[in-house]
Design a protein around this ligand. Sequence first.
Ligand code: NAD
Ligand code: TYD
Length: 338
Amino acid sequence: MKLLVTGGCGFIGTNFIRLMLDKHPDWSIVNLDKLTYAGNRLNLMDLEENEERYEFVHGDICDRSLVMDLLSGNYFDAVVNFAAESHVDRSINDPSPFVTTNIQGAQNLMECARQSKIGRFVHVSTDEVYGSLGKSGKFVETTPLAPNSPYSASKAGADLMARAYFETYDFPVLVTRCSNNYGPYQFPEKLIPLMFINAKSDKSLPVYGDGMNVRDWIYVDDHCVGVELTLTKGREGQAYNFGGDAEETNINVIKTLLSAVGKPESLITYVTDRPGHDKRYAMDFSLAERELGFAPSVDFKTGLEKTIKWYEANATWLEQVQSGEYRTFMDTWYEERT
Ligand code: NAD
Ligand code: TYD
């Protein structure tokens, strides 16, 4: 199988490319990435030595002629679209790049893939398109989309565009909707790696609101397997939910992490809540279990330990990614909340 993966220099894309090349000796991957603040070419630099199996292309999924050239000049079997602006807080600060990349970019990619008669297209969406749950119940694939942040609204736009491409053009698209990922290479603006670096340097840990918001945490490799199963076994036109079956309150995640790294709970600071903060996400992924044979394989405690070990062993990576653009956003955002 020859794949075009977009956004492969980000957190999930990096893990996906590594896992797929490892599992499938006969697969090759071209990775198209714009290298925003969240993309790091060094994540996969060692793979660049093997040109037959992995190639990096620097570019934007919004660029019609670049994407068209790539798709028509290669015989790709499928496209997997991870490329996105992915951080909710940044989308609150400035929604524009989210609309550009997450909606227009995804549509451009689908259109070029349609014109090139691609065999299969997996669009990576998110559980956040469903909005927020109360204390009980879980999201199923037929739950109406009701996004609450500019990020999730932009992801819902692309998710619905995928549906429209299937219904209108019979375009062979499949959609994945997954819960919160954690694991190696996650950019330290998201909850777990941010709390890790703050704890390690004895800085305060900023908890939004009362810390009782609930997320369903999935170890990144399990999500990658979900994407792989969707690609190889899924039904065209179908959206599949994925989750880790690991609902945790934010405060519980933070306390577990603090205890694992041997730091005191006195570092916890409650700060102004995120506007439009979704209360709870929980995934019913029984469709993926039944149709694809999916099951999360890493429980939260084990996954968190593995993740902490990875960050402890990769302090240089963590240093490297905290460069100019990152610092400017982080300083302003957290200054306004305390
Ligand atoms: P990330 O922010 O770590 O990585 C995004 C990558 O996309 C970066 O390498 C960036 O350079 C690239 N990119 C951004 N704009 C681009 C453009 N216009 N053209 C080409 N490349 C571009 O994100 P992530 O956490 O790895 O998420 C990947 C995908 O999975 C996203 O679509 C996200 O919505 C979805 N998702 C994420 C989670 C999660 O918990 N992180 C959960 C469910 C779904
Ligand atoms: P995040 O990692 O940004 O993922 P998402 O918003 O996509 O779920 O945040 C996870 C949860 O942690 C979310 O409820 C917001 C909360 N949070 C904090 O309490 N403090 C922080 O500094 C961050 C980044 C997140």
